[in-house]
Design a binder for this molecule. Sequence first.
Ligand code: ADP
Ligand code: MG
Length: 695
Amino acid sequence: MEKVTEYFGSMVFDERVMKAMLSEKIYKSLKKTIDKGQPLQPDVADAVAAAMKDWAVEKGATHYTHWFQPMTGMTAEKHDSFISPAPDGRVIMEFSGKELIKGEPDASSFPSGGLRATFEARGYTAWDPTSYAFIKDGTLYIPTAFCSYGGEALDKKVPLLRSMEALNKQALRILKLLGTEASVVKSSVGPEQEYFLIPKELYDQREDLIMTGRTLFGSLPPKGQEMDDHYFGSIKPRVTEYMADLDKELWTLGILAKTKHNEVAPSQHELAPIYKTTNIAADHNQLTMEIMKKVALRHGLVCLLHEKPFKGVNGSGKHNNWSISTDKGENLLSPGKEPHENVRFLLFLTAVIKAVDEYQDLLRLSVATAGNDHRLGANEAPPAVISIFLGDELNAVVESLENDAPYEGTKKLVMKLGAEVLPELRKDSTDRNRTSPFAFTGNKFEFRMLGSSNSISCANIHLNAAVAESLRQFADVLENADDLDKAIHDLIKENLKAHKRIIFNGNGYDDSWIAEAEKRGLSNLRTTADCMPKICDPKNVEMLTRHGIFTEAEIFSRRDIMLDNYVKTVNIEAMTMLDMARTQILPAISAFAAGKASGIVSVQQAVPGAHCEYEKRIVERLSGITDEMDDAVNVLAEKDNKLKEIEDVMEQANFVRDEVIPAMDALRSLADEAEAMTAKESWPFPTYDKLLFGV
Ligand code: ADP
Ligand code: MG
């Protein structure tokens, strides 16, 4: 058995390899680019490229690829080999600094939302030296950003890096005022990833799973998750083998896979890595999702990353654990033990509270997809309303600050900033509420609205940007203050007062909360069609452009791309439903009912006077369902045709929400009713009981 410590990161061009393979001068210069964002010198690029190529070829790689994250939410790659012809007819392996730094994929078919005219389709990819290159399947992968020649971002990495820079810039202004030593501030993320595993041979029999990643038909098995016996339950041997294999692949690529366990639903599991700098965490999460699917196939399984693969069963999300820290290793969201650390914590805490309140809509839409719409607001996931959970103790602290009142906690003390030490927050006091969409958990915030298939980039772009904006406003005030302590005190107090409506420590799944949230004026944007247009609201455009996260054109193009994605996703689902209903379900029900009908005739021939009431009732209802289903199929087909006639993407999205999805629901409920009355062996594809308990 190989030791983990020996193979961990063995396919990564990391610090160890850089140090060993680069001259000291080149290494130092590259480090400056990586750590401080200084521009890369051409001679450094050439030297790094040569070292990367030698290292990769030594490990058996023949190709390289610029790996990027277009706005489809997936990753893209185009492979080029290192070979270059030599005069004697042989080949040599070559890779230049130019090839490392810049690539030109033929990218005309990636969505750009009108940013890039097709005649100048060749956007370019640019190396992101802050994320290590790695080898996978014989190819050297170079993490890159993807831009148009006009400089517009065509991907999710560019705005993420810009948002990290904005946060860095504004946080440093605050830290300078507070006397905290730091030259860089970065956000870090640990994303907990949920997924389902089902047997491949069952998956292959369901057109809906193959085409859309979720079941479009199906009724609940007699045993669902009501027994709560799966969560943290013992892991089945086949799943254990899968997880071990997965860990090994992830570790080889330097991904810090740490925790694995069963989740709430049958066949549902979770994997959490140790947190990393946000852009690396984003790259790693993309890789993790891809490798999860790949490894599953080797075990005869399929990994479903859809947010809602099964109706009525817990969906899959991704918890985005987020914090900000300095290059000196200080976590700015850690309450700390010293008064000056407390003040800093409370200031950053207030900045986050203000940011989440003012940009609820941006956070909501950062996780919006057709898939996640099934989850948010259903009663096992956070509601579509955003609120912050602080825990009882921190909440009491916040209340006392807001009112200049004595803090009535474990120890009675007057909260006077900079004078008294915060009471130590017990971990369990912050970690109890699992129903909050945005919870403070000791020294980080956990944003729980992300869908399992979401790229984490979008959520973190908007979170970093919104917090940068709070810090900017704070710094503007504090930099001009005569009495800094008083100014900090007043700033915290005013902002807590102004934004306390976003704080909610109760049960986020409770219906009464939704009513209460609406009373508080919090937004409740239920679907992608509802929330996506908000990105273009003047206040959002103003903030995002001010910090250089997006240009105005980029914002409008992203809205269109996300809406188009929503419309296309639902449209594929509708077409798949039509096909399954027409060619599989209706014929199956009708054949089964016909069989029962001839059964009645035979029985009555054999036993004159037999009532056959059971058979008659079934035949009658199934025959009714086939007629109703046929109507429902025609209605849905008609809606789908109408959709094709609409040109404006916003109108398309509204039509999908108001007309297409309800027509799909109507068709499904008829089929699901029929499924419950039809013999299992006569149903045309595997049912929920087999899918959920088949591994
Ligand atoms: P849970 O109770 O939700 O499982 P954990 O403490 O185990 O919470 O952490 C879950 C995730 O949060 C892990 O990915 C972990 O690495 C990450 N995490 C822990 N501390 C931080 C931090 N300071 N910043 C960002 N992520 C963190
Ligand atoms: Mg969690």
